[in-house]
Ligand binder design. Structure first.
Ligand SMILES: Nc1ncnc2c1ncn2[C@@H]1O[C@H](COP(=O)(O)OP(=O)(O)OP(=O)(O)O)[C@@H](O)[C@H]1O
Length: 615
């Protein structure tokens, strides 16, 4: 093991876990090899940063682990590509795709943890197979249903209608779109169309977090009412959504699930919402647990932040599909079903091409919405346009403070204290939770004055100063909390939000109240709460799957690697009615220009036509 790796660990450039993994592989290997130690340490380290693999070609010959800024003797230099590859292949612990080795090196010089290569390979195979599925349906009935739900053929393609047609025609459909583009509206109609084909279908609705699942349930319940169909069909459209972990039945204390390929889920149709939040291992396990004939529908926004853990699965699945057309076969089917003549593409890049629909028109943000315009500018990487939109007085739903960088933490705290004052005036837990969820402070970082910890402290002080809270001890009335660790016994999950309030049913003693899916609230003794944080401010990462009427998005004063276009876009689009940005023009511009890029081979496995890796 090179000494520099120990030095890098002691300086916090790599984790002790990475070092430990490299040492374990050294012991298993056929002989000592610096190239192996570096490769193993690097794969472990990169997976920790969200990458699925390491692109050796990109890193060969370069300083690793951010060590370029260290003193000369401490810079860790990667070997050149040929010698790195040769040493890895000769190590006895690095295999080719398909071999059951601890590390896998593929033909494109991507080095994987063996497990991750297997997840990626299995997911790609499953998705391609499902994309090729063309279940039998009654086309006559489908045509009539499409017209009833979406109206007659129009001059401009109705992409929601086309998405529905595709979902019925194929075993896999991915409906990608930003907030309010009608993904849920469309999926409700898809479910009704499916039930019109077969009323006995077993349908499951899932999302990655409890919060997102609750929002999906709520949204489906609302959209269902307007369905132009028989009451029996309307009734049969399911409303209850759960988390992926609950559907797969997580085995307590183990890293596994009760449902897998050997014990598949009892479903015919699976709808997955907020698919961008799902990491590679979980997506692979979810798809693995689906019966081979089950239909899979994914909804999500590919421009949002990628999952917290490794992978950028939804973005890889969507690939460059937005710029491609559909196959002549599908265009013919769509013409017959929906009366729309789409130009067919000559080059079909694989089966997924006919399964993905991008919804672009937002029905939430009107044409004159600043939030919609800002989100679009951010997505296009146009920092100047984003600045112009924020500065313009044209948009009542946007405000910008701290543009010059001179604004203080105090300004954030005062603004937040003003907004949070509303829920603090309410005694009834249900009403307080609802009011609290209308506004949220979001930030990029966990630490520092402009991170979660610093902002929570500043807002708490401002609220105390106004006499709205008395934070004498930890469990004070009005304190909002966010659970950060799943507790299956208490049924409290990472991301669940509660508020501490006096409970009349406990003689006024403080309890933590959490909203339940049926609209009621549940009281938990604060000492029993799983690990949690104060929740006046939360990271944009944690806010995924949630929306608020008003958002105050706070950027730090100095640049940081987490500040990316995807983070700003996700933060901005959490706001339904009003968005206040707090941060300087220079930091905003840096963030919009930086993109999240995660090493992965999924895109190639899905989109290289005819690519089939060895099993
Ligand atoms: N074709 C349409 N015409 C008019 N209004 C629509 C249409 N499609 C959706 N809407 C309305 O737009 C709003 C957002 O729709 P929906 O919740 O389906 O979008 P979504 O993409 O699922 O949003 P989110 O990303 O926030 O979950 C709803 O009020 C819905 O009724």
């Amino acid at each position: 093991m090179p000494d520099q790796l120990y030095a890098a660990a002691s300086r916090g450039l790599i984790r002790s876990l990475d070092l430990h993994f490299a040492r374990t592989l050294e012991r298993l290997a056929d002989g000592r090899s610096e190239a192996l130690s570096l490769g193993a340490c690097l794969v472990s380290h990169q997976v920790g940063l969200g990458h699925v693999c390491v692109d050796l070609a990109q890193l060969a010959g370069r300083p690793l682990f951010g060590s370029e800024s260290q003193a000369d003797g401490e810079v860790i230099l990667a070997p050149d590509l040929n010698s790195w590859r040769k040493h890895l292949q000769a190590s006895g612990v690095v295999g080719q795709p398909g071999q059951g080795m601890p590390l896998i090196l593929d033909e494109q010089d991507r080095l994987y943890l063996g497990r991750y290569w297997r997840f990626e390979d299995a997911l790609a195979r499953q998705l391609r197979a499902r994309a090729l599925m063309q279940p039998e349906i009654d086309l006559q009935r489908l045509r009539a249903g499409l017209e009833r739900f979406f109206g007659p053929a129009s001059a401009e393609p109705d992409w929601q209608k086309l998405a529905a047609a595709i979902a019925l025609l194929r075993g896999l459909a991915v409906i990608a779109g930003g907030p309010g583009t009608g993904k849920t509206t469309t999926v409700v109609k898809i479910l009704a169309l499916l039930l019109e084909q077969d009323q006995n279908l077993r349908i499951a609705l899932v999302a990655p977090t409890g919060k997102a699942a609750a929002r999906l349930s709520e949204s489906i319940k609302a959209r269902k009412q307007d369905l132009a169909c028989d009451a029996v069909i309307r009734q049969a459209v399911p409303e209850e959504a759960g988390t992926i972990h609950r559907l797969l039945k997580a085995l307590p204390g183990q890293n596994g699930f009760r449902h897998h390929a050997g014990h598949p889920l009892p479903v015919d149709v699976l709808v997955l919402d907020e698919a961008s939040m799902v990491d590679l291992p979980l997506m692979a396990r979810l798809v693995d647990a689906l019966p081979p004939q089950a239909r899979l529908y994914m909804l999500g926004d590919q421009d949002q932040l990628a999952s917290v853990e490794a992978g950028s699965v939804l973005a890889d699945i969507c690939g460059a599909s937005a710029q491609r057309g559909y196959s002549p076969e599908l265009c013919g089917q769509l013409q017959a079903l929906a009366g729309v003549a789409l130009p067919a593409t000559e080059s079909v890049a694989g089966p997924l091409q006919d399964c993905i629909v991008h919804l672009r028109a937002s029905h939430r943000f009107r044409q004159d919405s600043g939030i919609g315009a800002l989100a679009q500018a951010i997505n296009q990487g146009d920092a100047e346009a984003a600045g112009r939109i924020l500065r313009s007085n044209q948009f009542a739903d946007l405000a910008w403070q701290g543009e010059s960088g001179a604004a203080s933490l105090d300004l954030v705290a005062q603004r937040a204290a003003g907004a949070y004052g509303l829920y603090l005036g309410l005694d009834a837990p249900g009403a307080a939770l609802e009011a609290f969820n209308r506004f949220r402070v979001l930030c990029a970082l966990r630490d520092g004055p402009y991170g979660v910890a610093g902002l929570n402290q500043a807002i708490e002080s401002a609220l105390a100063h106004k006499g709205l809270i008395s934070p004498g001890n930890l469990h004070y009335a009005g304190r909002p909390v966010m659970v950060i660790r799943n507790d299956y016994t208490l049924r409290l999950y990472n991301g669940d939000i509660g508020i501490l309030l006096p409970d009349p049913a406990a003689n006024g003693a403080i309890r933590a109240f959490f909203a339940q899916p049926d609209g009621s609230v549940r009281a938990i003794h604060p000492n029993r709460l799983p690990e949690h944080d104060t929740a006046y401010a939360m990271t944009v990462h944690k806010s995924q799957g949630s929306e608020f009427d008003e958002v105050l998005l706070v950027l730090p004063e100095a640049d940081a690697p987490v500040l990316t276009r995807e983070l700003i876009y996700t933060g901005v689009t959490r706001a339904r009615r009003h968005m206040i940005l707090h941060g300087s023009a220079s930091i905003l511009s840096l963030a919009i220009r930086r993109r999240v890029s995660r090493a992965s081979g999924l895109l190639d496995k899905l989109w290289q036509s005819g690519s089939a890796s060895p099993s």
